[in-house]
Design a protein around this ligand. Structure first.
Ligand code: SAM
Length: 285
């Protein structure tokens, strides 16, 4: 399908990941084999407890050890998302909506051996991920496209499952879920991992507003997700509050060479309960 390249109309956020660090390190570690988990590029945050020993030991390797550990937690986050995709066979096709540099797409392909499409409004990311697919030897199966996830141009019912990994805060939810409902057959699965504002507390907190400003995004209130899912015929089958498992990543990142200053806002928002890190799995009904 030949779809014209779309103008980038949406902000994609400021640098929020370890990708630049990986990139620099890969350039200086030519012996690192491509295809290893360590060569995945994530643009999302991490899950689980960290190994505190990375903070000790020789100062000359401390930064690398912390970054490796952050990356391990980011990979664990992607694995938790993939765990919810249901029964995916090698004949199925999956969509990574807002695919960044493709880390979650490659993990999905490795796990399910199926076709994976990724879409992003960053042409640089699309080119980067397609190059990675070539280097990893899966270009025929994992393919990245410069497209808007609100209007992908893919056919109706094309995907067994669709996911968004920290991308929903950049777009209008009702429009997004309408598009996903169109792309999924009856019984198809949608999985979302996202930070959201806890509107059970009322007004948006200063810390959440700071996150919005930092990433030039619009964190949605929790209830907006469920209203928009229901309006599009996407019925939640599982909702997991991952907030407690998200905090250690930020504690470690605050002590890391890739800290940006926004760590404090995340730790405040999580600590006061105004921000929640959710996984939502829903079926097309
Ligand atoms: N999901 C990836 C990951 O986990 O590594 C990337 C997450 S990154 C924070 C947000 C991504 O959403 C970027 O790749 C950006 O290009 C993409 N994005 C934002 N708005 C989009 C849109 N309307 N259509 C497609 N991609 C979009």
């Amino acid at each position: 399908m030949d779809i014209p390249r779309q103008e980038q109309s949406l902000p994609v956020g400021r640098h929020r990941d370890l990708a630049a660090w990986w990139h620099a390190r890969r350039a200086s570690h030519t012996g690192v084999a491509l295809g290893e988990v360590g060569d995945l590029y994530h643009h999302h945050y991490g899950l689980g407890t960290y190994d505190p020993s990375v903070l000790d030991g020789p100062p000359e390797t401390r930064d690398d050890r912390i970054v490796d550990e952050l990356h391990r937690l980011e990979t664990a986050q992607a694995m938790a998302l993939l765990d919810r995709l249901g029964d995916v066979t090698p004949e199925d096709r999956l969509l990574d909506a807002g695919s960044g540099r493709g880390g979650t797409s490659f993990l999905a392909h490795e796990r399910f051996a199926c076709r994976v499409d990724g879409v992003s409004v960053s042409d640089h990311q699309v080119d980067f991920s397609n190059n990675q697919a070539r280097e990893r030897g899966c270009r025929g199966k994992v393919c990245f496209h410069y497209r808007n996830m609100l209007d992908t141009g893919f056919p109706d019912g094309f995907y067994r499952a669709v996911w968004t990994n920290e991308t929903t805060m950049y777009v209008d939810l009702p429009a997004l879920f309408r598009e996903f409902a169109r792309l999924l057959p009856l019984g198809g699965r949608y999985v979302c991992v996202t930070g959201c504002a806890n509107d059970a507390l009322g007004r948006r907190s200063a810390a959440v507003s700071r996150i919005d400003r930092h990433y030039i995004c619009g964190v949605h209130p929790r209830s907006d997700y469920f209203q928009a899912l229901a309006a599009s015929g996407l019925a939640p089958i599982e909702v997991v509050d991952l907030t407690d498992r998200a905090v250690p990543y930020w504690e470690l990142r605050a002590q890391s060479p890739v800290r940006t200053g926004i760590e404090e806002a995340f730790l405040t928002a999580y600590g006061e309960g105004s921000f929640q890190y959710l996984l939502i799995a829903a079926d097309r009904v």
